[in-house]
Write a new protein. Structure first.
Lengths: 134, 294
């Protein structure tokens, strides 16, 4: 599953979130995802990028086009060197929030994407990898 | 007066001539600035430097003696930025003064090597500071421009329009970040009071992404409006946005939503006890049909 095309974007400020959304929208459109799928991917990007900025203290996003058999997918990795998540199970629950938000960012992104993995270690950082297959 | 300042006074014309000559061979953008303009700029700048060095400190250009030099540097930087120079090119213009000054010093102080080193260090430090000043001025100009554009956008992007007596519409366009939402919310609430409106339609057709933050901002605005006795209708929810909201798990059950602004307006009229009727009875059925498509 070697990526065909890769790009890394910094996610440090609120304007980086906008830039990340635009880049992902562009790639998703180029890959001919349907409008609904494009919107889902972009929305998940928005949620995860905001988490990277708000909770992770900034990091980066790696976007790549991956292939599995005849399927093509958009693979996004959000990485930060922030404080990590102490209770991942709680963080993945609907309505759980520490920043006064709706608490739907992580769980919602999981529902919006085809694959979702989260690796986190307290004090070391968080890595969220998501893929949307066509 | 230091030796350097003396040399500045005495050989002003020679140094400017050397400077211009050096510049015409290297780092010159002939496409952007003419030789005559360049010559005029360097003459003006060096005259100011010579004047300032007579009375001012040579290690610090922040003092009042150097005010004129700073102003000239800033204006050169601003005008060059407009002409399309990069900050590096503008700084190089100032830095290229080093060569003529150093060679002049070498000629004048050949008999005093120690003094020469001192004066060369001072001169280089001085020129570096001036070059940095141009870069800083360049950035300041840019930042001011960006800040002004941001303010303009905040003002422009949140018009609250009155559709009918007691009915307001707020077409939101672009990204709803927290700074903008604050402005949107304030102007909407203010207009609700001013116009004594009962219903406000928030149209999000122009919002490209509705994520949890945007939804939360919308819900807060709606709750605030409700506290003031006004009901909000959200319109412009496109199919892809609707599906995304469902997947995200955002609960908009308590909110009245419509896919089209026209539907929201029809509902608002109904709620305020008004009805739109056709003037021509014969053409009425056809017109309604047409109206539905809009």
């Amino acid at each position: 599953m070697a990526p065909q095309k890769t790009e890394t974007l910094p996610i440090k400020t609120a304007s980086d979130i906008v830039a990340a959304r635009q880049a992902v929208r562009l790639w998703a459109a180029e890959m001919k995802f349907s409008l609904v799928d494009q919107t889902k991917i972009v929305t998940a990007t928005s949620e995860l990028a905001r988490n990277t900025v708000q909770h992770g203290g900034g990091g980066h996003m790696v976007m790549s086009i991956v292939e599995s058999g005849i399927h093509q997918g958009l693979h996004l990795v959000f990485e930060d060197k922030g404080p990590g998540i102490a209770d991942v199970e709680a963080a993945m629950r609907d309505g759980f929030t520490t920043a006064g938000g709706m608490g739907l960012g992580l769980s919602g992104s999981k529902r919006l994407m085809s694959q979702f993995t989260i690796e986190t270690k307290v004090g070391e950082g968080t890595r969220v990898a998501v893929t949307r297959w066509k | 007066m230091s030796k350097l300042a003396e040399i500045f006074q005495k050989h002003q014309d020679d140094i400017v001539a050397d400077w211009s000559k050096g510049m015409s061979s290297a780092n010159r953008r002939k496409d952007l600035i003419s030789d005559a303009d360049l010559k005029a700029q360097s003459t003006e700048l060096f005259a100011a430097i010579a004047k300032a060095s007579k009375t001012g400190s040579l290690s610090d250009i922040e003092g009042s003696d150097w005010r004129e030099v700073r102003e000239i540097l800033s204006s050169i930087s601003a005008s060059r930025a407009k002409q399309g120079f990069t900050p590096t090119e503008t700084a190089s213009f100032v830095l290229s003064l080093k060569q003529p000054v150093n060679s002049r010093l070498r000629k004048e102080m050949a008999k005093d090597p120690e003094g020469l080193i001192d004066e060369t260090t001072t001169a280089n430090g001085l020129i570096d500071k001036m070059a940095l000043h141009t870069s800083e001025a360049f950035l300041t100009t840019r930042e001011q421009l960006i800040a002004r554009q941001q303010e303009d956008m905040l003002e422009l992007s949140t018009p609250v329009v009155k559709l009918w007596d007691g009915i307001l519409a707020l077409p939101v366009i672009g990204t709803l970040d927290s700074a903008r939402t604050q402005v949107v919310m304030e102007s909407l609430l203010k207009t609700i009071v001013e116009t004594n409106s009962k219903i406000a339609i928030i149209d999000i057709t122009g919002v490209p992404t509705v994520d949890t933050l945007v939804a939360q901002h919308l819900l807060k605005t709606i709750t605030a409006a409700r506290l003031m006795g006004a009901e909000c209708i959200i319109s412009g929810i496109r199919p892809q946005i609707a599906q995304t909201i469902v997947h995200l798990g955002i609960n908009l059950n308590d909110i009245i939503t419509k896919s089209k602004m026209a539907d929201a307006f029809a509902l608002a009229l109904q709620r305020t006890g008004k009805i739109v009727v056709s003037m021509n009875k014969a053409a009425a059925p056809k017109k309604t049909e047409h109206g539905k498509d809009n």
